[in-house]
Ligand binder design. Sequence first.
Ligand code: N01
Length: 534
Amino acid sequence: MSSTRRVDAVVVGAGFAGLYMLHKLRSEGFSAVVFEAGDDVGGTWYWNRYPGARCDVESMEYSYGFDEELEQTWEWTERYASQPEILRYANHVADRFDLRRDIQFQTRVTAATFTEASTTWRVRTDRGHDVVGQFLVMATGCLSSANTPEISGAATFAGSSFHTGTWPHEGVDFTGQRVGVIGTGSSAIQSIPIIAEQARELTVFQRTASFAVPAWNQALDPRAVKELKAEYQTFRAEQRQTATGFGSRIKGGDGSALDAAPDELSRELQRRWDYGGLSFLGAYNDLLIDNQANDLAAHFVRAKLREIVNDPAVADKLAPTQVIGCKRLCVDTGYWATFNRPNVHLVDLQDDPIEAITPAGIRTTTGEHPLEAIVYATGFDAMTGALLRIDITGRGGLSLQEAWAAGPRTYLGLGVAGFPNLFTITGPGSPSVLTNMLVSIQHHVEWIADCIGHLRQNHLAAIEATEPAQEAWVDYVNTVASFTLFPTCNSWYLGANVPGKTRVFMPLPGFPPYAEHCAHVARSGYEGFALTTP
Ligand code: N01
């Protein structure tokens, strides 16, 4: 089909970022169209339907705060919302604000080209759309481009193969099967305990052992929910004052782990462990900055692992050696205990690497592991993958692939020099994946809407990050990252999980100073951006 629709803005993606962007643009009087590859809304939560998929940020925090009636009427049922419940929430939002009428589903944007004469973007899709918009907003998600490693012989496998990030909507029944899971990140750690209950035999192929802290998920207490809802906006404001956009109500965390007496340290770490979830890393202010401090927390978690796993040899293999929190900390429900089951086996790929996938299973150096199903829990080409698979061409014929050949370069994680009127929601160079995504998404959507409003009010045609501002921003992000322990391991934050991807630390640690800086940029008339008249 073809369309020659002209709109103020084209939005790519109908996950939480695209949905709110559309609503915000429409309520400010702009016309917009959203293109979405999936059949429906939800983004990450539409695609990631693997068994046990659940958010690792608490449900009362992982929700929009822009509409009082929405936040007062929606009822979460569990401390950590499951994927089906989050997807229901996304659908509820789409219905409530009548968003679907401007979303084109089952449509993938293939190319976007900037036309200098008209300062507009021409967007094309795999279904023949040809739409022109003054603005192009990439709401493509940070973890939406599945990474499937190229393992020799993979295509010859006679059984079924799945990727956690593109899970079949009808579900998968592993009953009676021998299943192999490749990977031990968050997706694997959530799905392994459930697959283990179904499968006849489960073999986990681990390249890097992961740290995990318990979720202690439970039904929400209606009284606590009511109390929080009575001051929801205060709570949201508190979230924005934390480095990560969540966990504001958990006391402590200001001191150094190195100053704590040993019994005080273990009490505090135990308190965090008992509380559950990602706030474990907030126990002290230097856990992600100082190696020695980090080692104290890592040691505590490894000791827990050894208490949980019965076989010391298996516990040794499961014990992570990298800095805790360097890779995204996993939040689990019974992950390590699953290795006490007689039907669960661990292959440590450090000692026994995969040689090939065969028709019958996975062959490692020590022999073949016969399988009927392989689950690739191998993550994503994070933050840049979804942007770079679209052929985006900016000013002077410069492609985004060329501009980012040495890694992503942005100003504020919102704009890219050479690409006027293009915005990236939670793009590289912003706090993004180091925060509660809903907080970062809401912040970016509102900043972008204000920016577009400013252009309209002042009869301006285009806004573009300047090269010097972008250069300085990239340096700043690298400098901040270099003060942390984040660059010390092969994480997806660095792009290290994708062979050939340039190694650059992509997100910016610390939400409040970032948000303050973005506000300053806007107040100063968009310092660091060039604004042009028609
Ligand atoms: O992906 P990952 P994920 N051979 O990249 C391994 C969010 N999330 O989908 O560490 C063998 O973390 C890889 O090994 P290594 C969350 O932000 C949130 O699990 O690269 N193994 C690793 O073990 C999370 O961080 C939630 O050595 C290979 C695994 O595959 C992010 O999404 C739930 C391999 C990939 O782990 C991504 O999580 C799920 C190969 N060739 C996800 N290639 C919650 O909210 C890769 N691996 C709870």
